[in-house]
Design a protein around this ligand. Structure first.
Ligand code: ADP
Ligand code: MG
Length: 688
């Protein structure tokens, strides 16, 4: 359990009374306290006579958490067997304090589910449902959502279970009462549900027995814990335009004698041509840039601070009148110096400036001549990036631009002591220059705010999370705690907000390239058609799309009549090569989508086949041009190109293909896997 002490767990019957009051069906039962028991006498259990047999006997006491493991549960008892069973149980639990017994009616057998809540320290209350009972850990078949959930969420959660067939009636068994399961999920995790009233901790009903006639929670645990973040009303973001497009920039920390990190930035900015001033205690100029002694004397919209950590607060205190100060220096919270970080945030507040960082790299915005990467500034575009890591942002900019991305705004946020990714996302979502956002994050601090910003964003977002783990992070007392790992919570956040969760830097760039090319395209159809040469590659393509969660719907009958193409399948095999007719693939695409409007068409070529017998770049370009023509003729279909085996082309050829495709708004990938991930992300977006 993270976050300090856990208060004593409530007893099962106490938790059951609470959930019953909330409307969760529980078995009828009575409590027999040890203090009331004179010995194992039958009369002590007379109170159980009003219950319908068979009966269940459970011992309770402070050390009894997993009761069946300890031998503290007996099923299938008659009333006249209770006293003896209790005596045996007490003997077996020798050494554990038994406070008393819960006697309850035994619910009929059915499908056993687990329904739980965890207070995630970053994201707040999380609801979990899964196939449960004693198999919970072994099956690990669970679905998570942040609270509150909608009824649609509840149904999607159940559908997403691998074992969902068990609920819908499997091998001749009748289906369970799904509406009752949904109602239970809403009672626990829906608006006004139990999650709002409980101190979480952990809470779980395991098992809930679902049958054709309803649900019964036959076990209940609640471990109160430290308060988790709650939903909040998203705040109005600051106006970040001066951060991205400052009229003038100050750099604090460049040396007049020994060039350092700060000097590198002076060089970048000088090359970018933005009005610039250096802050230096004594020099009149630094590396040819005019200098002033203090930020107080700098008339700029943005100041970049690169002085040692213990001097940053003092610099920031002088930033009054400057809307944005970015502290690049490390040595704050990430190095255990939360005191310095707090001091920095306080200094910013006192100066009335907004603080970006510390422990980051800067801002990149071609329109605003803002940069923190060498090698010049790239073209202005529509893709934004918020990155916790400065180094990674630099790579995404450079590699992304090489692959055709054009950025609107990039900001590195480091420790986010003041300005948060959520606040920036809320602003970028309304920024007219930005049409898609990439996020790289490493910790879920401020997760709740981020979740709400993602939900409200209304533009495509790709999210890469570093350092996530599939391990349960809590030394949990409940099953739920052990099943809720960081990765699972991020997946829930993505599913609920329509965010594309990616798992590598390559895929982040690839998905952003897809959003850039196709983000504003409205498609008439749905589904994906894959088209290209070679049966084997097609078979592997189907596997790649399958792994990415995309089904390739078959072609309708008769679609290819008169086209002389190969057998109608999806992937569809059509010859493409140096001697083929470049227009064949586009013709087939147009013919197919007229009959069956696919939303996405993925065309692939084997680049190697063009270059095995000499330098056949022109036929490849002709193919790319024909495909570009198809995209222009079919504005409501998203065409994507995969140039397989591109390394077999002479230098420059792939770039030219990419250029031809990009001019028509076609994104290009080198592998089917990368294309599948991007198409899946684009499709999920449309479905959200
Ligand atoms: P544990 O603390 O080990 O989780 P439970 O209260 O969940 O103990 O009981 C163990 C198992 O016994 C449950 O998983 C369920 O299969 C069964 N069980 C417990 N109570 C009942 C009941 N009232 N009706 C039917 N089955 C029950
Ligand atoms: Mg249980």
């Amino acid at each position: 359990m993270s976050g300090g002490e856990v208060r004593a767990a409530l007893r099962e019957h106490e938790v059951k009374a609470m959930v019953a009051a909330a409307g969760v069906p529980v078995p009828r039962g009575v409590v027999v306290r040890e203090s009331d028991v004179a010995g194992a006498r039958e009369s002590d259990f007379a109170v159980a006579r009003g219950l319908a047999e068979p009966l269940v006997l459970k011992a309770f006491g402070p050390g009894l958490v997993h009761k069946s493991d300890a031998g503290a549960v007996r099923l299938g008892l008659r009333a006249d067997e209770l006293a003896a069973a209790a005596g045996e149980m007490r003997a077996r639990l020798d050494g554990l304090l038994v406070e008393g017994f819960l006697v309850e009616e035994q619910a009929p057998a059915g499908v056993e589910l687990i329904v739980g809540l965890v207070g995630d320290p970053g994201f707040g209350p999380v609801l979990l449902v899964g196939l449960g009972g004693i198999w919970t850990e072994a099956m690990r078949d669970t679905a998570l959502r942040l609270c509150p959930i909608s009824e649609r969420d509840a149904r999607l959660m159940l559908d997403s279970l691998r074992g969902s067939a068990l609920l819908r009636g499997h091998r001749g068994r009748p289906p369970v009462d799904l509406d009752a399961v949904v109602k239970l999920l809403m009672t626990v995790g829906g608006p006004g549900g139990l999650w709002e009233r409980l101190e979480l901790g952990e809470f779980e009903l395991n098992p809930v027995i679902a049958t054709p006639s309803g649900v019964t929670a036959v076990d209940a645990r609640h471990l109160p814990g430290p308060a988790a973040p709650r939903p909040s009303v998203p705040r109005e973001p600051a106006d970040f335009l001066p951060l991205f497009e400052p009229r003038a920039v100050a750099v604090v920390g460049a040396s007049a004698t020994r060039p350092n990190f700060g000097n590198m930035f002076l060089d970048f900015y000088r090359a970018a041509g933005v009005p610039l001033v250096a802050v230096h205690p004594t020099a009149a100029e630094v590396a040819g840039v005019p200098a002033v002694p203090s930020l107080a004397a700098a008339e700029v919209d943005y100041a970049l601070v690169a002085v040692p950590a213990d001097r940053c607060a003092e610099v920031v205190r002088q930033a009054s009148g400057i809307p944005y100060v970015q502290v690049m220096s490390g040595g704050f919270g990430e190095a255990g110096r939360t005191d310095l970080e707090r001091g920095l945030a306080e200094a910013a507040r006192a100066a009335g400036t907004r603080l970006v960082g510390p422990n980051c790299m800067g801002v990149y915005c071609p329109r605003g001549r803002q940069t923190f990467v060498g090698g010049g500034i790239g073209p202005a575009g529509s893709v934004a990036l918020i990155s916790q890591s400065g180094g990674l942002a630099g790579e995404v900019i450079k590699v992304g631009e090489r692959r055709g991305l054009a950025f609107s705004r990039v900001v590195t946020v480091g420790n986010s002591a003041d300005v948060t990714p959520a606040e920036l996302l809320s602003w970028l979502a309304r920024d007219t220059e930005t049409r898609a956002v990439g996020l790289y994050l490493e910790d879920p601090r401020g997760g709740r705010e981020l979740y709400e910003a993602l939900g409200a964003a209304g533009l495509p977002v790709a999210l890469l999370v570093g350092g996530r783990s599939s391990q349960g992070r809590r030394a949990a007392l409940s099953h739920t705690g052990g099943l809720v790992g960081d990765l699972r919570v991020w997946e829930a956040v993505a599913a609920q907000t329509g965010t594309a969760l990616v798992s590598s830097q390559d895929d982040l760039i690839g998905v952003l390239a897809f959003f850039q090319a196709h983000g504003s395209r409205v498609t008439d159809g749905d589904g994906v058609l894959v088209i290209g040469p070679s049966g084997g590659a097609g078979v592997l393509a189907a596997d790649a799309f399958d792994r990415a969660g995309v089904r390739l719907d078959p072609l309708p009958e008769g679609v290819l009549d008169g086209l002389g193409a190969a057998a109608p399948g999806n992937p569809l095999e059509v010859p493409v090569g140096p001697r083929g007719r470049p227009g064949l693939v586009p013709e087939v695409i147009e013919a197919v989508v007229r009959r069956r409007p696919y939303g996405d068409v993925v065309a692939h070529v084997n680049v190697q086949s063009f270059f095995t017998y000499g330098d056949a770049a022109e036929p490849l370009y002709a193919y790319a041009r024909a495909l570009a023509g198809a995209q222009e003729a079919l504005p409501r279909v998203r065409i994507t190109l995969v140039t397989r085996n591109g390394e077999c082309a002479p230098p420059g050829v792939e770039d030219e293909v990419r250029r031809i495709a990009a001019a028509a708004g076609i994104p290009v990938y080198r592998t089917m896997e990368a294309a599948a991930v991007a198409v899946a992300a684009g499709g999920r977006r449309g479905a959200a």
